[in-house]
Design a binder for this molecule. Structure first.
Ligand code: ATP
Ligand code: MG
Length: 279
């Protein structure tokens, strides 16, 4: 069994602002995530996904309960920096994430803050920009890049710090279909190299390849299983206002129309295979 990288114990989080006093965004959530997992997190608007993400990076601290990242208690200020080294975040808006005026300087920002030697920084910057396919753009300025390219640069900056876990909070939301597909490929490559990926999205299609899907509803975890388990129950997904991937919807429609097709189909290939098996 792989090592636990994230642990939440009975975590609640209450936002207490002047306009919205006492909004309970998370309600006694317990959750373990292990090294090497690719976890997709879905759930309707306001269900607590971003709040959960921010807790994993010690951007916010639980109102009650405990969050451990790499075994470190997020409420203990001596661990804040180390927690952010273990678990980094990529947000939704690529425009808010570049801090420098040149791509390679932006990628170097994190490693510089880690206090690494210049030759090591150089190596990490080059390897990270290559990993996201942006090495040829290393001398460009942000306004010369598309949204997808900026998002890839943001990821390069994160990869350059060699985190064990990366949380993507709707990082594909502002990209075109090609940009999305690129980003999801990068996530899977990182995951295959051992990085734990936590990917929050509203698009179910994007997480059919995850190893695990967590469904949030009103501040609680209401579903937790493999994509096959989660997508085997389209009625439940609809009740929770979650879309069903097209291929799952089609398979369900065919089954309800009387064809002997098993539940839990996730790809075109699987559907074709099931159709070929029909007598
Ligand atoms: N800064 C804030 N101040 C007050 N309430 C907040 C704040 N941020 C979020 N909330 C509330 O907390 C709850 C959970 O919000 P959160 O952003 O975690 O949900 P989410 O699942 O990420 O939603 P979305 O899909 O829209 O991104 C919601 O009721 C939201 O209105
Ligand atoms: Mg959110």
């Amino acid at each position: 069994m792989n090592k636990k990288i994230i642990e939440l114990r009975d975590v609640s989080f209450v936002y207490d602002s002047e306009n919205a006093p006492g909004v309970k965004a998370l309600d006694e959530v317990s959750l373990d995530i292990y090294e090497g997992e690719f976890v997709g997190i879905v759930g309707k608007n306001g269900s607590g996904k971003s709040t959960l993400a921010k807790l994993l990076n010690a951007l916010i601290l639980p109102s009650s309960g405990k969050v451990f990242v790499g075994g470190m208690d997020s409420a203990d200020p001596q661990y804040t920096t180390d927690i952010r080294k273990v678990c980094s975040m990529v947000f939704q808006n690529p425009d808010n994430q570049m801090v420098a005026t040149i791509v390679e300087e932006d990628t170097a920002f994190g490693p510089e803050n880690l206090g690494l030697a210049p030759d090591k920084i150089r190596r990490r910057v080059d390897e990270s920009l290559k990993a996201v396919g942006m090495y040829d753009f290393k001398d460009k300025k942000p306004h010369q890049l598309s949204g997808g390219q900026k998002q890839r640069v943001a990821i390069a900056g994160v990869i350059a710090m060699h985190p064990q876990c990366i949380v993507f909070d709707e990082s594909t939301a502002m990209l075109d279909p090609a940009g999305r597909a690129d980003l999801i490929n990068i996530m899977h490559t990182l995951n295959s190299e051992g990085v734990t990926v936590i990917f929050i999205t509203h698009y179910m299609e994007e997480i059919v390849g995850a190893s695990r899907i967590i469904v949030m509803g009103d501040g609680k975890i209401i579903g937790d299983g493999t994509p096959r388990e989660i997508f085997s129950n389209p009625k439940w997904l609809e009740e929770n206002r979650l879309s069903v991937p097209e291929i799952v919807a089609l398979s369900t429609a065919l089954r309800e129309g009387g064809l002997d097709i098993p539940p839990g189909i996730l790809s075109e290939d699987e559907l074709v295979e099931a159709l070929c098996r029909l007598k």
